[in-house]
Design a protein around this ligand. Structure first.
Ligand code: MLT
Length: 283
């Protein structure tokens, strides 16, 4: 579903039970399909949607999204977060459990900052709240320039192995091919926009300290892109966070070991349902 030039929203399922919907934000350099296996394992009594972030999957380019929102043309995760919020509201979702993996986590944190009323529960998977150092920022800008100069995504294909854990690489080599297909289906413009947006993201640790709702932090036991220490830092910042370490998974926990990820997301959403039912709740 595409709404007024905003993000493509993939509706996995619609439920009329009144439970808080679950919104899944994908990582870089892929799209909403990285949630498919997790959603298959979730109970069917909750609406589950996943947008494609600007320029990725079948969403409009970051430039078009920024123009539609009246935002500055420079790539930013603030624009991505505003686009997610506008897309959800246009689809009738005013309050949700929001879970994001890696770049999706950065966008989820920007949503908490900019649209706090939308976020009833927060899931942060294989992500971090800190900003890039100068070296990481320069590398992102180099990659963005390379994909645009080549007009292909070849410059990012190498990272598909780094995204997967050692167990997946040895026991599930098909995942490398799956990831390659997903990466090759992205446009170089969307890859470049995402890298430039991530390069300028601020530290949002303080934003997490102000988030009082139920929260979940997930990390792959074999994640070398975002180490366990980054997840522990998130848990330390969030007042109500539970930590789940996913065995036999690297950075792409939702793809590599979807069962514990689905169980953790379901438990988070149930915590939000419970909090809504508590006496005095306005949820
Ligand atoms: C991702 O998986 O979204 C990326 O690793 C995020 C990043 O490059 O920081």
């Amino acid at each position: 579903m595409t709404i007024d030039g905003l993000l493509a929203l993939h509706t996995y399922r619609t439920s009329r039970t009144g439970r808080v919907p679950l919104v899944l934000l994908h990582g870089y350099p892929v799209d909403h399909r990285m949630w498919d296996d997790v959603v298959d394992l979730l109970p069917g009594d909750r609406t589950v949607v996943a947008p494609d972030l600007p320029g990725l999957g079948v969403s409009p380019s970051g430039q078009d999204v920024a123009a539609a929102l009246g935002r500055p043309a420079e790539p930013s995760l603030e624009t991505a977060a505003d686009a997610v919020a506008a897309t959800l509201r246009a689809a009738g979702i005013d309050r949700a459990v929001v879970a994001g993996l890696s770049m999706g986590g950065y966008v989820a944190m920007a949503l908490v900052e900019r649209h706090p009323d939308l976020v009833a529960g927060l899931g942060l998977l294989d992500t971090k709240s800190t900003a890039d150092d100068a070296g990481a920022r320069a590398n992102r800008l180099r990659v963005a320039a390379a994909v645009q100069a080549d007009a292909t995504v070849d410059a990012v294909l190498g990272m598909r192995r780094a995204l997967l854990g050692e167990t997946s690489l040895v026991q599930e080599p098909d995942l490398v091919d799956r990831l390659e297909r997903w990466i090759r289906s992205q446009g170089p413009g969307g890859i470049a926009w995402s890298q430039r947006a991530m390069a300028v993201r601020p530290d949002r640790t303080d934003v997490l300290a102000g988030f009082g709702g139920p929260a979940l932090v997930v990390i792959g036991a074999e994640d070398t892109v975002t180490p366990l220490a980054a997840a522990q830092h998130l848990v330390g910042a969030l007042p109500q966070a539970e930590l789940v370490v996913v065995p036999r998974a690297g950075h792409l926990t939702s793809v590599e070991n979807p069962e514990p990820v689905a169980a953790a997301l379901d438990a988070l959403a149930l915590r939000v349902d419970d909090a809504d039912r508590a006496p005095g709740s306005s949820g």
